[in-house]
Design a protein around this ligand. Structure first.
Ligand code: TYM
Length: 330
């Protein structure tokens, strides 16, 4: 008898331009996982509407993300790919977790809410932005997920998910599996090209913060040329040179070389040579990636998303039946 595979689940918001940080920190790690786990990858559009957005653009971005998943190597024959808002059970479970397991004090600790609400002030942030981590917990718990491959910025949300699952299990019935985050050491936190103190972010004001997965060759060359470097001219991998360290991490992630090997290659060379090498590594990945992306047909992608919806919905409905029954809601 074949053993039942454990589940892995992850997602990306269809907001802003997806960048190499999203790819290296999260999506790339999904490719291997789909061979050993029952894999579910979601486009989390309900998360994306917690901040002001343009509906037409959202629709476009959802398809864009699906194509990025496919171009990156997510195989719809192995993995479920679907849109969060098409499976209503996500919202239902989020509400139930809100009511039965989450506390205001938990959410007040979330650093991402604090960061994201900083600009306009906490009082002006949407309730959805505040409650965002509970919807994320629902995404994960709904599918009996064991492994959640993400970048470092999501660790606090996954810790909260574990807390909510434990609380619910203790209070009612052990319905939820306690999930675990999976992080890639060298690429779990790719920093901005224009400021090594902040992470690369798709909502950044300046496009020199990130390299988008769909940037043109010319733009990528320009962004790497303009990337800030530290004072001095020696190529070193050190916390004293955070900008260079970040660029070396990107180089290492796109090559089969360790940071130490990269430092050796550029021992007697300057920043300009290093940046040329880095550009080559990034383009070696992005050129074929974009070719695959551009070859994908919208209709086919919609079919894949629709098939994914059916499969995800089937699993979600079984879980929600158990939850409703436990809570006297059936
Ligand atoms: P999102 O859309 O902000 O980011 C998608 C993934 O990319 C990772 N990431 C990074 N990794 C390395 N360096 C960076 N600079 C960097 N920036 C982003 C993120 O950690 C993430 O893994 N809340 C999530 C989406 C979500 C989700 C879920 C994830 C909703 N429900 C359930 C996992 C499971 C988010 O906003 O990701």
């Amino acid at each position: 008898m074949s053993e039942k595979k454990l589940r892995t689940f992850s997602g990306v918001q269809p907001s802003g331009n997806l960048h190499i940080g999203n790819y290296l920190g999260a999506i790339r790690n999904w490719i291997d996982l789909q061979n050993n786990f029952e894999a579910i990858f979601c486009i989390v559009d309900w998360h994306a509407i917690t901040v002001p957005y343009n509906p037409k653009e959202l629709k476009k971005r959802v398809i864009e993300i699906a194509k990025i998943y496919l171009a990156a190597g997510i195989d719809p024959n192995k993995s479920i790919i679907f849109i969060q808002s098409q499976v209503k059970e996500h919202a239902e479970l989020a509400w139930i977790l809100n009511a039965t397991a989450a506390r205001v004090s938990d959410l007040k600790k979330m650093t991402q809410f604090k960061d994201k609400s900083l600009k306009k002030g906490e009082g002006n942030a949407s309730v959805g932005l505040f409650d965002y981590p509970v919807l994320m917990a629902a995404d994960i718990l709904l599918y009996d997920t064991k492994i959640v491959p993400v970048g470092e910025d999501q660790l606090q949300h996954i810790e909260l998910t574990r807390t909510l699952a434990r609380r619910f299990n203790q209070k009612f019935n052990s319905l939820f599996i306690i999930p675990e985050a999976k992080i890639n050491q060298t690429s779990s936190r790719i920093m901005a090209l224009n400021n090594p103190q902040v992470k690369m972010s798709k909502s950044a004001e300046s496009e020199y913060n990130y390299i988008a997965l769909l940037d043109s060759i010319e733009i990528i060359e320009k962004k790497i040329r303009k990337a800030v470097t530290d004072s001095g001219s020696v190529i070193e991998y050190s916390d004293k040179k955070p900008a260079l360290k970040n660029l070396i991490n990107i180089y290492a992630s796109f090559s089969d070389k360790s940071p130490e090997e990269i430092v050796k290659i550029y021992q007697n060379k300057g920043y300009a040579d290093f940046k040329q090498g880095l550009t080559k590594m990034v383009l070696n990945f992005l050129i074929p990636f974009q070719k695959k992306y551009n070859s994908l047909d919208d209709e086919e992608v919609l079919e894949i998303l629709n098939a994914g919806k059916q499969k995800a919905e089937y699993l979600a409905q079984i879980k929600m039946e158990q939850v409703r029954k436990t809570l006297g809601l059936n």
